[in-house]
Write a protein that binds this ligand. Structure first.
Ligand SMILES: [Zn+2]
Ligand SMILES: [Zn+2]
Length: 170
């Protein structure tokens, strides 16, 4: 078996390679193929109130994971560049909250980029997996659907289902 080829660019999977304040002004992430980049011009690492983790079934499907790290933020604080025009949209009408969600992803590599929903006008829900660092969640949604093996995030507000609804244990 021959050794795998070296990566073309450094991996950014280790958030600890950056000093703590490195992303205090802005942070840029890119989809796997590099066609779409997203820059957030805001410090989302200082206990940003709308950094959260969602355990809903649709976030799982979209992220290919047991939960999805998201940040909800005003659209005018975000710059999205779609160099090769690969952004695709899926209109999701079967959501856990019942609100239609427009889900955007890279049609070439499949990375989830953002969601939009009328419930949060003029905002994006950014899918944080494409960024070099993910902010600490301030709350969790659909926490009732967490797998037992996952462990819990102590001190993080836990909505049983939708944001702003009943909390776990209430
Ligand atoms: Zn891509
Ligand atoms: Zn969700």
């Amino acid at each position: 078996m021959s050794a795998p080829p070296p990566p073309k660019k450094p991996f950014t999977g280790d958030p600890n390679q950056y000093p703590p304040n490195h992303f205090a002004k802005s942070i840029t992430g890119a989809c796997l193929c590099g066609s779409i980049s997203v820059t957030v011009n805001e410090n989302i690492f200082n206990d940003y109130p709308s950094a959260y983790i969602c355990h809903c079934a649709n976030c799982r499907k979209v992220s290919g994971s047991y939960a999805a790290p998201n940040v909800r933020i005003e659209q005018d604080k975000v710059k999205i560049v779609d160099r090769k025009g690969t952004m695709k949209e899926y209109d999701d009408f079967e959501t856990g909250s019942g609100n239609p969600v427009h889900r955007f992803f890279c049609g070439r590599c499949g990375s989830p980029i953002k969601s939009e929903t009328a419930r949060f006008k003029d905002m994006y829900i950014l899918k944080m997996g494409i960024f070099p660092r993910i902010p600490k969640p301030q709350f969790e949604t659909f926490a009732e659907h967490r797998h037992a093996w996952q462990g819990k995030h102590d001190g993080v507000e836990q909505f049983a289902l939708v944001m702003g609804g009943k909390k776990l244990g209430e």
